[in-house]
Design a protein around this ligand. Structure first.
Ligand code: AQP
Length: 329
């Protein structure tokens, strides 16, 4: 096992990533990297997970490339982190099968994301959607991960990975590290701009649900203008005011201003002023990411992904060999 602390996390290439994916996941990976110099970080493009919802092949391959570029454009330095495609490391699916055979159905039936996604995709409730958390457990456990930084919606899946690790260790002897979970309380769950009852989601049916990292200034302006607000007109944070509180959270994340300071700044002003200012800050926030994104070369990206896959496989293949031996295969 590694002496360095290791983190593993991934994002599905199911669309262009949004502010929720950025602040709920990527931002935390970067902060952890800044805080701890001696950290081993695995940033995966979980393309097998994406297949639990039908993806058009040409769109999927574009989304995989775009997500890898966005990782880099957001500040993940390929010389410090391992960026790779899940499908480039076959040990993920091999371990998933082995773990499937010790995972109780009842545990999977409790998963809220399975229930939500089955509700959203009634015509395609496939077995992969049901066993998705086992593949995610395999992703995490393959690398002796110390902790997994995720948004709130994925917390239950990381907890299941712990349960599966414990069960395997009890049956076959100490093999897997039980991973911890890290959820940033401020950005744990950014809500949809068009419905604060729902979370921001890249595969939402309306583009007014989210701000993508590639949205142009015009689109950001249009989306923020259309974003729903609560009754009343005050810029005040509170549980009874989920829509404006969500926009204030986004404001705070993009500007690093505290909620209190934002409230003070907008005393006596209305939603119009607030939205105009939020738009300006978001455009400025996205500008450097988009600039960096447009400068990434396709061939260079391919080399980064290839190398990432080779590095990941070195660790994953050792772990699977150990597991096979313990099981008696
Ligand atoms: N709204 C959100 N707020 C905070 N964090 C979020 N995450 C997702 N949505 C929010 C976090 O982003 C990481 C990557 O998520 P994912 O792509 O693996 O799948 P997801 O959680 O299902 O995200 P989406 O955007 O809703 O994708 P689709 O539409 O394909 O289902 C995770 O750490 C997640 O917690």
């Amino acid at each position: 096992m590694t002496s360095k602390k290791r983190i593993f996390s991934g994002i599905q290439p199911t669309g262009i990533i949004h502010l929720g994916n950025y602040f709920g996941a990527i931002y935390n990976w970067i902060q952890l990297l800044k805080k701890e110099k001696d950290l081993d970080v695995f940033c995966c493009i979980v393309d097998y997970h994406a297949l639990t919802v039908f993806q058009k092949p040409e769109v999927l391959s574009e989304n995989i490339k775009q997500l890898a570029k966005l990782y880099i454009a957001c500040g993940l330095d390929p010389s410090r982190v391992t960026i790779f495609r899940q499908s480039a490391v076959p040990e993920h699916t091999e371990l998933a099968w082995l773990l499937n055979c010790i995972t109780p159905m009842a545990e999977l039936e409790r998963m809220t994301q399975y229930k939500d996604k089955s509700e959203q995709h009634k015509s395609n409730i496939n077995a992969g959607l049901f066993t998705y958390p086992v593949l995610m457990a395999a992703d995490i456990l393959l690398y002796d991960t110390d902790f997994v930084p995720v948004g709130e919606d994925q917390k239950q899946h990381v907890e299941l990975a712990r349960v599966i690790a414990k069960k395997f260790n009890n049956l076959y002897g100490e093999t897997f590290k039980e991973p911890g979970v890290y959820v940033n309380p401020v950005s744990a769950r950014l809500r949809a701009l068009d419905n604060p009852e729902k979370k921001m989601s890249k595969s939402a049916s309306s583009e007014y649900n989210y701000i993508s990292l590639t949205d142009t200034p015009d689109i950001v302006e249009k989306k923020i203008k259309k974003a729903v607000t609560d009754s009343g007109s005050e810029i005040k944070y509170g549980e009874a005011r989920p829509a404006i509180s969500n926009l204030m959270t986004i404001y705070s994340l993009a500007t690093e201003m505290s909620i209190k300071d934002i409230e003070k700044k907008f005393i006596g002003k209305g939603y119009g002023d607030f939205k105009k200012s939020l738009t300006e800050h978001l455009v400025n926030f996205l500008k450097p990411i988009q600039k960096k994104l447009s400068a990434i070369d396709d061939n260079e990206l391919e080399a980064i992904l290839k190398n990432g896959g080779i590095e990941a496989r070195k660790i994953a293949s050792k772990k699977v060999a150990e597991v096979r031996e313990k099981i008696g295969l």
